[in-house]
Design a protein around this ligand. Structure first.
Ligand code: BV8
Length: 236
């Protein structure tokens, strides 16, 4: 197969699992301790803002206790060494891709280290807790919320993502269950534009049958292996 010229990568919680961040759907995972409706919807936030702010404060603080793993480092190497077009889209709200060395990361579901002001709608880099209603750095109103995309909300930069899926010749999905849309539909978009599709995942996902190739195993092994293949003269 010819070496790819334009790659779109989608990552999910599975790429951060070996760094010690709970995935959503594993036993004891994030959603096991909370109902999605209570902590990841605008309605849940309106109903009990302290519960939701506390949930995200805990996850933001936990970032200090984890580190990127070889899968994150391998994607950063790909960004440095791959001569073609590369778009890294992540569903993750952690900062492990950046700490692993990736400079260009599209967080389609937002980021723990960003704050969104419900009054002025400005986004600001954010590291602290929100439970005490700190003032928005821009308009000073005490109306900050986590800058993450909840269910029912529009993911970020969908136009840019669909454009890249249209143009790519290789789509790689890493560490995601394929349970949430529109991300779970990207493989169909890529296939419709003639791209090859590859899944690197610990277990079969809801969309595994849609991929031309699906490899089973931990991201920390599969991703460095695949990056080596793509960067070797023969290409992936
Ligand atoms: C929208 C941010 C309109 C917050 C998240 C019916 C049909 C179709 C769609 C819908 C529907 N009903 C409702 C919808 C829409 C809804 C949706 O999809 N609901 C689902 C439940 C059916 N979607 C939305 O509301 C989205 N917005 O649709 O707006 C629109 C539509 C089109 C275009 C524009 C606008 C917004 C959804 C965003 C929700 N926010 N996160 C936060 O993080 O707290 S979702 C969250 O769960 C993640 O961000 C991710 O997107 C999603 C799935 O999680 P994964 O990352 O896949 O993690 P998971 O635990 O599920 O799986 C981990 C995988 O890793 C597993 O497969 C496992 O095997 C693997 N793994 C584990 N360890 C390893 C590993 N792999 C490799 N190595 C390992 N070591």
């Amino acid at each position: 197969m010819a070496a790819p010229c334009s790659i779109v990568i989608l990552t999910g919680a599975g790429i951060s699992a070996e760094s010690g961040i709970d995935t959503f759907r594993s036993a004891g995972g994030l959603w096991e301790q909370h109902r999605i409706e209570d902590v990841a919807t605008p309605e849940g936030f309106a109903r009990d803002p302290d519960l939701v702010l506390g949930f995200y404060d805990m996850r933001r603080a936990a970032l200090a206790n984890v580190a990127p793993n070889p899968a994150h480092a391998a994607l950063a190497r790909l960004e440095r060494e791959f001569a073609g077009e590369l778009l890294l889209v992540t569903q993750n709200v952690d900062d492990l891709h950046e700490r692993g060395g990736s400079a260009r990361v599209l967080h389609m579901h937002g980021e723990l280290k960003s704050a969104l002001c419900a009054s002025c709608e400005m986004r600001s880099p954010w590291e602290m807790a929100m439970i005490d209603r700190p003032p928005c750095p821009v308009c000073r109103a005490p109306t900050l919320r986590p800058d993450v995309v909840w269910f029912g909300e529009m993911p970020y930069e969908m136009g840019r993502i669909y454009q890249a899926l249209e143009a790519c010749d290789l789509f790689v999905s890493i560490g995601t269950s394929g349970a949430v849309y529109p991300a779970a539909g990207f493989v169909q978009e890529a296939r419709a534009s003639g791209a090859r599709t590859l899944e690197l995942n610990l277990e079969p996902s809801e969309g595994s049958r849609l991929f031309h190739e699906s490899r089973r195993g931990p991201a920390s092994l599969l991703v460095p292996q695949w990056v080596e293949e793509v960067l070797s003269p023969a290409g992936a």
